[in-house]
Design a binder for this molecule. Sequence first.
Ligand code: PMP
Length: 330
Amino acid sequence: MQIAKDTLALIGNTPLVRLKGPSEAAGCDIFGKCEFANPGASVKDRAALFIVEDAEERGLIQPGGTIVEGTAGNTGIGLALVANAKGYKTIIVMPETQSREKMDTLRALGAELVLVPAAPYSNPGHFVHTSRRIAEETPNAIWANQFDNIANRRAHIVTTAEEIWTQMEGRIDGFTCSAGTGGTLAGVGLGLKERDEKVRIALTDPHGAALYEYYAHGELKAEGTSVAEGIGQGRITANLEGAPVDTQYRVADEEGLEWVRRLLDEEGLCLGLSSGINVAGAVRLGRELGSGKRVATILCDTGFRYLSTLYNAEWLREKGLPIFPWLETN
Ligand code: PMP
């Protein structure tokens, strides 16, 4: 494709890159899907586009309507861009614990931003429930409902999985990623299994999430905490139902951050923490599969979204996390 037919056609068709350090560490080939190359700089542009187009096809949204969503930020950014391109408004509800950059970006894109205190899912003030209520109270509005709207994972069955399969010329032995809504994990997992059921699908869970225990022992149980934004799920969302997970890993923030540091320092890629955690999982999966195998993972978003957190010495010190050496002297 030389010239995109419109701006929405810029979503997806992201490059796949062989990651040198992770491949050496795993003893086989590790590939990263460059989702930071989407117009909204994250993997969530794909889900945003599919959710909005699904609502249009079902006649749920009219011209000039409003899209309401609760999000850690990236889905909101994707929705705001898609909405602008299609003539809709957006109201985005976000926990106030998310990065400053995501809030500033959403405001810059023209979304109406509603910040709520971080709360457990059982609390009616949780960002997801707040967004559903706002959608119900707003005329001509839809609730995107990314967690339980399976147009989300369909985006990954139809586009992400297909792209990875084609880019790797059908020679893929394993895939892993972490889960927020689970749309990427389930969608890419289902899409790849459809083409070759031998592809091993692994969940890579951060600490503080309940899915590792669920896939390992059948019980939703969380342990520890993580500062990673956008990942870490405590329930089986509709998107996760039937996800073909063969194996699972749990990765600490320190291990994910070490890959964020190395990928920037040694390979010139500036990523967020969920990408680092995914790469740590891909290295584990690669080691299990052995030499000559090929594993893919997702580089979910850009590190530019976390300059005030992951790339800020003071913030890292406050969280008791390791500081990239070059940040100490700047
Ligand atoms: N990484 C980041 C930075 C995200 O914002 C998200 C989306 N919440 C994910 C990973 C996980 O994607 P998914 O919702 O498809 O599980």
